[in-house]
Ligand binder design. Structure first.
Ligand code: LFR
Length: 485
């Protein structure tokens, strides 16, 4: 029998791609067939996602996949929390607002007056991110009246491919409207904060079939009408964690490093202790009933925003050159708290970094290389803080840190991370999310991959990892005191 050939749609906040995954015994190959830019666009004063354009890009990607051979399945993952609202006729109500929009400013503070943080955490186990779906919904109550269904971004795209409505569980778990222990929508909580429970669609498990391509879609992309769309870990981080090549998951932490850095460990049960709540750790639902116990740390977003600002002023910035120059800047000259709220919205990151350094009595980075170095040192410092905390809260003894995603190809960042965490870093694969997407589809379509361990063994057997040993680069304790007192 020929190997399975599936299309994985993996959408990030700054780019999207459609990859063709080929899976067989000892075979796991990825080929990128379509890549496109993504980014929030301002419409009527709101930061929004152009979901129609994303849909068109998905179709273009599927067409490219079909042109290369048979396609046995399609799976979609994307960033979490954002959604479209549909009315009773299935049309979008209002725009799909992006999570960095300021509409949620102050909303969390209002909600916790109604439902105390302790109760929110006991039910949902989620980190208090200002943009959690719950807070977004509460911030725009006028839209809820006409809404019949809320679909998270990957579920919305799957709806346009198949006509089927539902909520894939790993992404549903990021909404702060999902009961992490009861594994169901937290409808009581939703009603308490004014979110009508009717808009929460039926849950679906990763690994189940959503439906098959609608006739017009299959005609448009050149795939047979019966082609299944499979629910994968539709939260990109859930798929990325499937792709983490753990040998012993109970002795390792992971960092899914891209626009965001998701730093944590994989567990079988949520940790809902007071200590976990106070440390603001999230318990997101993973594939095969696992728990992603982690914190969101601002990631390479801060560097890419800085570069975007420089380029908007007509300066030409090559990332490779910038990183090479940053590597030559002395370590830990100045560090900032990348978990601070000022690094969330788009804008001039160089100015925000300068202000933070000045406020904490550290040298203000004076060159682009120094700015980049400050971001990378600060990221590694945050990784150290969060890895240690994850270990302490969960009882996982971290002997190695896996770095997956785009950050895995950033050698300076990986080396700094090993130094900061004091354990080896295993870097790769870069395309962990697409691999996780492919693997879950392959199993659903009959591949012999009984569990996550088998999937990860296949990733290890087919992908080269780069090992970074911890080296002395500077005084991380002093750096931590500089940002956190
Ligand atoms: C990463 C990610 C994070 C989520 C953030 C916003 O791409 O999905 O896991 O917290 O984006 O959705």
């Amino acid at each position: 029998t020929r190997p399975l050939r599936v299309a994985a749609v993996d959408l990030g906040a700054s780019s999207g791609r459609v990859m063709v995954g080929t899976v067989g015994p000892d075979l796991l190959d990825l080929e990128e067939v379509h890549r496109f830019r993504n980014g929030a666009v301002e419409v009527d004063g709101a930061l929004t996602w152009d979901v129609r354009a994303l849909h068109a890009e998905v179709l273009a990607g599927l067409r490219a996949a079909a042109a290369g051979g048979p396609v046995d399945g399609v799976g979609i993952d994307s960033w979490a929390v954002d959604y479209g609202l549909l009315d009773t006729t299935g049309e979008l109500v209002g725009p799909v607002v992006a999570y960095r929009d300021s509409r949620t400013d102050g909303v969390r503070e209002r909600v916790v007056e109604v439902v105390p943080e302790e109760e929110l955490y006991a039910t949902t186990g989620l980190q208090q991110l200002p943009f959690n779906t719950l807070y977004q919904l509460v911030s725009a109550p006028d839209l809820l009246g006409g809404a019949e269904t809320m679909l998270l971004v990957p579920d919305l795209l799957a709806y346009w491919l198949t006509g089927q409505v539902g909520a894939e569980r790993t992404n549903a778990s990021t909404t702060q409207l999902y009961d992490v222990r009861g594994r169901d929508w937290a409808t009581g909580l939703a009603e308490k904060v004014g979110v009508p429970a009717r808009i929460l669609p039926p849950l679906r498990d990763p690994g189940t079939t959503i439906g098959s391509l609608l006739p017009d879609v299959s005609a448009a992309v050149g795939l047979p009408a019966g082609t299944p769309v499979v629910a994968v870990g539709s939260h990109d981080t859930a798929s990325a964690v499937v792709g983490v090549p753990f040998t012993h998951r109970s002795r390792a932490a992971y960092i899914s490093s891209g626009t965001w850095s998701l730093v944590g460990v994989e567990l079988d049960e949520p940790v809902l202790s007071d200590a976990a709540r106070e440390a603001d750790f999230t318990n997101e639902g993973g594939v095969d009933r696992t728990i992603r116990f982690l914190r969101n740390v601002s990631g390479l977003w801060v560097l890419s925003e800085a570069i975007r600002t420089w380029e908007s002023r007509g300066e030409d910035v090559g990332l490779a050159d910038l990183l090479a120059e940053a590597a030559a800047v002395p370590a830990l000259r100045s560090v900032v708290d990348l978990e601070a709220p000022e690094f969330l919205p788009p804008g001039d990151m160089e100015a925000r970094i300068a202000a933070a350094c000045a406020a904490s009595g550290q040298p203000v980075p004076g060159t682009r290389a120094e700015v980049a170095r400050c971001v990378l040192d600060s990221l590694a410092l945050a990784y150290r803080r969060v890895v240690r905390r994850a270990a302490a809260l969960s009882g996982v003894g971290v002997e190695v840190v896996h770095v997956v995603g785009g950050g895995a190809r950033n050698e300076l960042l990986c080396a700094l991370t090993a130094s900061a965490c004091g354990v080896p870093v295993l870097a790769g694969p870069v395309e962990a999310a697409a691999l996780g997407n492919v693997l879950v589809q392959a199993r659903a379509l009959g591949a012999d991959l009984p569990d996550l361990a088998a999937m990860r063994a296949l990733v290890r057997a087919t992908h080269e990892l780069v090992r970074h040993e911890p080296a002395e680069v500077g005084d991380w304790d002093a750096a931590e005191r500089a940002v956190r007192g």
